[in-house]
Design a protein around this ligand. Structure first.
Ligand code: KIV
Ligand code: NA
Length: 276
């Protein structure tokens, strides 16, 4: 597997070839994604909810992100890796944002960063791109600012809000973003945005017309079961299977079925005799 480049992702859009992104937060899952044709891994700040047990992505720190990007980079050398900039890492100043973007790439080893927002972040995106940091945008339901949006709900439902999203997408393209995640927007709006910009759109809850799709791996595998958003399709029910396996192990330890001779170490007869 060879890592795709940013121009290749843009070329995919021109040729109307879909590409795929999933999340990973550790080497085990990164290595499994590496065995598939999935082109991109996002080390998302969904880390906070899926792995660290927070109720939102807001508490996730730069150190958390760098800590989890490193093993993903090790596990998936042939996959393009994007690291999320967490809440608070790009809203202080442009300088601070660039410093944090540098950390995601230099310390973490990611190929690019992702940040959330439209017109408010355009100057940051532009400065980062000028500084040599590839930036992916994220519009629609932006979980870091879900409180301002009134919760985790579909964005751009009326004409005015949809028009603002289109403006924001064009702004991000202009500012130099190489791709944009569209989260929880009506399919027709995502299609319109996808048609109007030259950089790829990556949809999650944004219908079938985006240039690419992304899902949280723990959602698509049926591991994270605290809630299942409408846009998630579970391709496996691993949570149930893992609990079943753990229950079987627990039972076999108690009833003596495990460990069997095949999992145990013996001794030479003569050494055994000397022992007694
Ligand atoms: O953090 C994340 O996993 C994300 C995706 C849902 C796009 O931002
Ligand atoms: Na995110």
């Amino acid at each position: 597997k060879t890592k795709m480049s940013i121009p290749q992702f843009k070329e995919f859009k021109l040729q109307r070839k879909k590409f795929r992104m999933v999340t990973a937060y550790d080497i085990a899952f990164a290595a499994m994604v590496e065995k598939t044709p999935i082109e991109m891994i996002l080390v998302g700040d969904s880390l906070g909810m899926v792995v660290l047990g927070y109720d939102s992505t807001v508490p996730v720190t730069m150190d958390d992100m760098v800590h989890h990007i490193k093993p993903v980079v090790k596990g998936a050398p042939g996959t393009f890796i994007v690291g999320d900039l967490p809440f608070g890492s790009y809203n202080v100043s442009v300088e601070d944002a660039i410093r944090n973007g540098n950390r995601i790439m230099k310390e973490g080893g990611a190929d690019a960063v992702k940040l959330e927002g439209g017109k408010n972040v355009l100057h940051i995106v532009e400065a980062m791109v000028n500084g040599g940091i590839p930036v992916m945008g994220h519009l629609g339901l932006t979980p870091q600012t879900a409180t301002q949006l009134g919760g985790f709900k579909v964005q751009g439902k009326d004409a005015a809000a949809a028009r603002q999203l289109i403006e924001d997408a064009k702004g991000l393209e202009q500012a130099g973003a190489f791709a944009i995640v569209l989260e929880c927007v009506p399919s027709p709006v995502a299609k319109l945005i996808t048609d109007e910009i030259a950089i790829p759109t990556i949809g999650i809850g944004a219908g079938p017309d985006c240039d690419a799709q992304v899902l949280v791996t723990q959602d698509l595998l049926g591991i994270f079961d605290r809630f299942v958003p409408k846009f998630v399709k579970q391709y496996a029910q691993l949570n149930r299977q893992i609990v079943e396996a753990l229950n079987l192990y627990a039972q076999e330890v108690v009833d003596g079925t495990f460990p069997g001779p095949e999992h145990s170490f013996g001794m030479k007869e003569e050494d055994l005799k000397r022992l007694y």
